[in-house]
Design a protein around this ligand. Structure first.
Ligand SMILES: [Zn+2]
Length: 260
């Protein structure tokens, strides 16, 4: 019913990195070890314990393009490109939940078409959902109509699955948005676009120790960290990253909690 044309495009042919200058996305499919709470959501009317999807966040005092939260607080936001092997995504969410951490997942629309249960799975864990375009194209290079479609089509998928268009929009294959992309995101309904101040470089699959080092060496209070679902090294790096944050007195919270 709510399944639009599933993009049957060659799986794996698309880049997985969020930045333009990297991302021959060799999406690893190593042992998906542990899984978190099983993806629920089957049947019945929505149980009360499932948190509602939040609408787009308006963060007072924050610029239109948000790179980080308050530097005088004790919180950071771990933000994930949402695409890839659902086993790895579940394993990652499970690791976050075991440590009491919340994350933000910016989903790619064609991934949601293939894995519609992941939207509810992410919300069930108390995490936050956002829009990371329909196909993860180089959105800043697209003509206006195509760029608008990339944003609005993913927003439609989120709305059908969760009741809102998601809390955040992050452009694809770029760290910073162009004025056109910012304007189009606002037209679709997102007051802000979500950038980041720390790139974990995890999409290059450098190994879990390198991902951990990059994050813990670079993180500051208020950081918004860019990470990726679908990479085994990121799943393995998450527990030591969360340990390291704790040792620095930092908590991993949703992006909305970070900036509001
Ligand atoms: Zn991305």
């Amino acid at each position: 019913m709510l399944r639009a044309a599933a993009s049957a495009a060659a799986a794996g042919a698309l880049t997985s990195g969020c930045d333009p200058d990297r991302g021959t996305g060799a999406s690893s499919s190593a042992p998906g070890s542990s899984a978190g709470p099983s993806p629920s959501g089957a049947g019945r009317s929505a149980p009360a314990r499932v948190p509602a999807a939040r609408p787009p966040t308006r963060a007072q005092g924050q610029p239109v393009e948000i790179e980080h939260g308050p530097r005088d607080g004790r919180a950071v936001a771990l933000t994930f490109h949402g695409r890839g092997d659902p086993k790895l995504a579940n394993a990652l969410l499970g690791e976050a939940e075991r440590a009491g951490a919340k994350v933000t997942v910016l989903v790619v629309g064609d991934w949601l078409d293939e894995q519609p249960a992941m939207a509810r799975r992410i919300l069930d864990g108390g995490h936050e959902l956002g829009n990371h375009t329909m196909h993860h194209r180089a959105i800043c290079a697209l003509p206006e109509a195509a760029a608008y479609a990339e944003i609005s089509q993913c927003a439609d998928r989120l709305h059908k699955l969760t009741g809102t268009i998601g809390s955040w929009f992050r452009p694809s294959q770029t760290r910073r948005a162009t004025p056109q992309v910012i304007r189009l995101a606002r037209k679709v309904g997102y007051p802000h676009v979500l950038s980041y101040d720390l790139d974990s470089l995890d999409a290059n699959d450098p190994g879990a120790p390198a991902v951990r080092r990059t994050v813990l060496d670079g993180v500051q209070p208020g950081s918004v960290v860019s990470l990726h679902l679908g990479h085994a090294g990121t799943v393995a790096a998450l527990p030591p990253i969360l340990d390291g944050l704790r040792q620095r007195g930092l908590r991993a919270v949703t992006t909305t909690e970070l900036v509001t």
